[in-house]
Design a protein around this ligand. Structure first.
Ligand code: CTP
Length: 417
């Protein structure tokens, strides 16, 4: 790849040391790197180290630019082909999302007309906080590519998403951005935020299985992987929606910009779904367990010598979709999913009536076992059936979002139109 100019903004945080390796990798590929260190970033890496590795002057404050003849802040922000923020702290992203320019880094980010790539790093709670997720959604809406943070143990001892992606992964994202500017926004067909089809819409999605405990070590579950529901959540954010994802126990990373609430049981899922209303559309992708153990034991159930098998009495779980359909806060568009093993369309039609939703997205899990990467779905509504080809789950998700956007526009014109 031809040498490119990268403006690397290094925020404060324990992960800032990884920026040193990133500079080394970028220089090794022949790129020209200019580093800007925030005041907090200076606590973790020194300008001298970065200057030595980048073989370029390092900027730390607006006063470094007082000689505007040599290099003004507008010029510094625009001479680059790509602006990279790594680590992008919660504070830095909050400022970026709100157009605050109170130091050199944020002034450059506001002044730039170049694509921006942010690699977040922060404590797991800070990453999951609704404020940060809102900021990530805003930044993506503004066309900034926000990488998903890595998941793992944090310097503070907690565990979860929030670790800075490895320098090699950031370098790969930079290479991708440099070779394909059109995908910098993270959208296949980027449009400004307020032109996105679901801009201003709030969407609730359930995904994954539920686990219904029998005793502290055993539970009832099903084979749902959560992949289709998570892909739908990601596609909804891409389409500009504000997304609440109520997820059963699955080890999938949270798509950037999605607000995720984790639950274990059907009853917890029902509570969180109710708390998430009102929304413009609810898409119930979760494979909710129909039954739970009627009695859960607080201690592990032990085998006894009699050879008698303990009875497992079941109780029916609440039907979340049917309850939402009947609630006073019923969303204008309510979509259910149905994984069937036989008579797919007949069962889907029956479910549509029984549950009181607007569409059922049905798929044949005999032909297409749960957990795969593709899906062949039929959208069943009172107007008929639309069948799509077998497609990757991400593509199904995007097509579904287009259909939902059209339907919402027909039912309730967006206030931002
Ligand atoms: N669903 C729900 N709450 C339940 C069961 C299902 O919200 N307790 C939702 C699912 O998220 C899905 C739709 O209802 O959107 C259909 O789920 P499915 O399991 O296929 O329907 P069931 O009512 O369980 O029907 P059956 O098991 O008899 O096929």
């Amino acid at each position: 790849m031809a040498a490119r100019r990268i403006l690397l903004i290094i925020g404060g945080g324990i992960a800032a040391y990884k920026a040193i390796e990133l500079v080394r990798l970028l220089r090794k590929s022949g790129h020209i790197v200019r580093c800007v260190l925030t005041r907090a970033g200076e606590q973790f890496v020194t300008p001298l180290t970065l200057a030595a590795l980048s073989e370029n002057r390092v900027y730390t404050s607006l006063f470094d630019l007082k000689d505007e003849v040599e290099m003004g802040h507008i010029q510094l922000s625009r001479e680059a082909d790509l602006v990279v923020v790594a680590p992008a702290t919660a504070d830095l992203m909050a400022k970026m999302a709100n157009g605050i320019a109170d130091d050199l880094a944020t002034t450059l980010l506001l002044a730039t007309d170049k694509p921006v790539l942010a690699a977040p790093a922060m404590n797991v709670r800070m990453w999951l906080h609704a404020a940060t997720q809102r900021n990530v959604a805003t930044l993506r809406g503004d066309g900034v590519t926000v990488m998903a943070p890595d998941e793992g143990e944090m310097a503070c001892g907690e565990y979860g998403p929030g670790r800075l992606p490895e320098p090699a992964a950031i370098k790969a994202a930079i290479d991708k951005a440099l070779t394909a500017p059109a995908i910098l926004s993270g959208q296949p067909d980027f449009a400004p935020a307020n032109h996105r089809p679901l801009h201003g819409r709030r969407i609730l999605i359930t995904a994954g299985p539920t686990h219904e405990p029998i005793d502290p070590v055993r539970y009832i579950a099903n084979r749902s992987s959560g992949k289709q529901g998570f892909a739908i959540a990601a596609a909804a954010v891409e389409a500009g929606a504000e997304v609440l994802l109520v997820a059963g126990p699955v080890p999938l990373p949270t798509p950037p910009g999605v607000v995720r609430v984790d639950v274990e049981t059907a009853r917890e899922m029902a509570t969180e779904v109710e708390a998430g209303l009102p929304v413009d559309a609810a898409i119930m992708v979760a494979a909710v367990a129909d039954w739970r153990a009627a009695d859960t034991s607080s201690q592990k159930i032990k085998k006894d010598s009699s050879g008698q098998v303990p009875p497992l009495a079941l109780a029916e779980n609440p039907d979340i979709l049917a309850s939402v359909a009947k609630s006073a806060q019923r969303p204008p568009l309510l979509v259910g999913f149905a994984a069937e093993t036989n008579d797919v369309l007949t069962h889907a039609q029956a479910k549509l009536d029984r549950k009181g939703c607007d569409w059922i997205v049905a798929n044949d899990v005999a032909a297409d076992p749960m957990g795969g990467e593709t899906n062949q779905v039929h959208i069943v509504s009172k107007n008929g059936v639309h069948s799509w080809d077998r497609l990757p789950k991400e593509v199904v998700a995007r097509k579904l979002m287009e259909k939902i956007a059209d339907e919402l526009d027909a039912r309730i014109p967006s206030q931002s139109d």
